[in-house]
Write a protein that binds this ligand. Structure first.
Ligand code: ZN
Length: 98
């Protein structure tokens, strides 16, 4: 695990899902737009998502489809989120250094 989880206030991780960016099966780090993603200088206002997933392998940032994020919003913070790979919308690779 890289230091992504130290830098961002994650609320949990997804069930294993194939990352659409690097192809590895990973537990995506889940976060909400209010969780401090701005620490990387990213303006979340530009994103039309309020739930995000970050691949711990390649640091790709995905917006989660609202249909899924609405469902996941009802779950508690500690539960694993069941995020289908097709609901992950690639945004950018975060400038996270190891
Ligand atoms: Zn990846």
């Amino acid at each position: 695990m890289k230091k992504t989880s130290d830098a961002i206030g994650f609320f949990g991780q997804s069930k294993p899902v194939a990352c659409p960016h690097c192809g590895k099966t990973v537990n995506m780090q889940m976060l909400r737009s209010s969780n401090g993603i701005g620490a990387f200088g990213i303006s979340v206002i530009n994103y039309k998502h309020d739930l995000f997933a970050i691949c711990p392998e390649c640091s790709a940032l995905f917006g989660v489809d609202r249909k899924v994020s609405r469902i996941e919003a009802r779950n508690t913070m500690d539960q694993y989120a069941d995020i289908p790979a097709e609901s992950l919308l690639f945004q950018q690779v975060l400038p996270i250094k190891e």
